[in-house]
Design a protein around this ligand. Structure first.
Ligand code: SAM
Length: 274
């Protein structure tokens, strides 16, 4: 997850092959720890226009296919396509039903025909795309006129407790970077799609200790993949420093981890002049 509002990232962007490999490895463990992902995707479903009846829908960054199955239930007449960059996720999802087709593909270069989908639904995937303008361009190309692109993503402020705690210890990049909310707003406004809604909502999860949080990020495949991240094992003294630094955030419910979720619903005008 890369925040391009930071111009001089050490070493550039996370390698998509690493993102794909990390999520493929996580396919078997993902569902058992995806509490936040479930809540976010469920909220995104409630944001879809009530009268939408897409003949073809796309679950973009479909992961294990939980929301492909939900979309299938919402639109039983529609033909579903699950697209993900991680083949391991698609192999896992295919066994569980939902979408008719499972296609390996990148949200920045969709392997789908122009004007072929009535809905593109994407929950917690596009924060992995460095070029969000390209994602929007592809959504616009692939949507039929009148079609809807609904996405949930993450912005700056996500996992700030972990980031700030590491900052105190060694100042290195231990947490994936996220785009600013302003960037989402600006890019959506310039996309040629009509913005029906764009809002953020914080979700806060609680953990008994730091290790529970970092293990969960790993089980999700969502641990830090940024260039500039520290390599090798985390030394005992640094880990101790991290645990201490994180303690200052402790609440009665445990150690908080905040996710700043951006929800967007965009509409492709019926004609270019609209
Ligand atoms: C956190 S999971 C979310 C999965 C599912 N949407 C859910 O809510 O349970 C993120 C998914 O996005 C996929 N992904 C990451 N970058 C992608 C890209 N550039 N194009 C398509 N999928 C991508 C990952 O492989 C992973 O399966």
């Amino acid at each position: 997850m890369t925040d391009l509002s930071l111009p001089n990232l050490p070493g550039g962007l996370p390698d998509k092959r690493q993102v794909a490999a990390s999520f493929s490895r996580a396919a078997a463990s993902y569902d058992s720890v995806a509490e936040l992902q479930r809540a976010v995707g469920a909220h995104l479903l409630t944001q879809l226009p009530a009268d939408l009846q897409p003949p073809c829908w796309v679950d973009l960054g479909s992961g294990t296919g939980h929301f492909s199955r939900a979309l299938q239930a919402c639109y039983p007449q529609g033909l579903g396509v699950a697209v993900d960059i991680a083949e391991g996720m698609l192999l896992h999802a295919r066994e569980l039903g939902g979408a008719r087709y499972h296609v390996v593909g990148d949200a920045e270069r969709l392997p789908l025909r122009s004007a072929s989908a009535g809905l593109i639904f994407s929950s917690l995937a596009v924060q992995w795309c460095a070029d969000f303008a390209a994602v929007l361009g592809e959504a616009r190309r692939v949507l039929q006129p009148g079609g809807v692109f609904a996405f949930a993503s993450l912005c700056v402020g996500t996992l700030y407790e972990l980031r700030d705690s590491w900052q105190e210890v060694d100042g290195l990049v231990h947490v994936n970077r996220f785009r600013q909310l302003d960037d989402y707003q600006r890019l959506c406004a310039a996309s040629g799609l009509q913005v029906l809604g764009l809002h953020t909502q914080p979700h806060v999860l609680h953990y008994p200790d730091v290790r529970s949080l970092t293990h969960e990020l790993k089980a999700l495949g969502a641990h830090n993949l940024n260039p500039g991240r520290p390599t090798g094992l985390t030394g005992r003294a640094r880990m101790q420093g991290l645990l201490q630094a994180y303690e200052r955030f402790r609440q009665p419910a445990g150690l908080p981890a905040t996710y700043q979720v951006v929800y967007g619903v965009l509409h492709k005008p019926l004609s270019e002049g609209d």
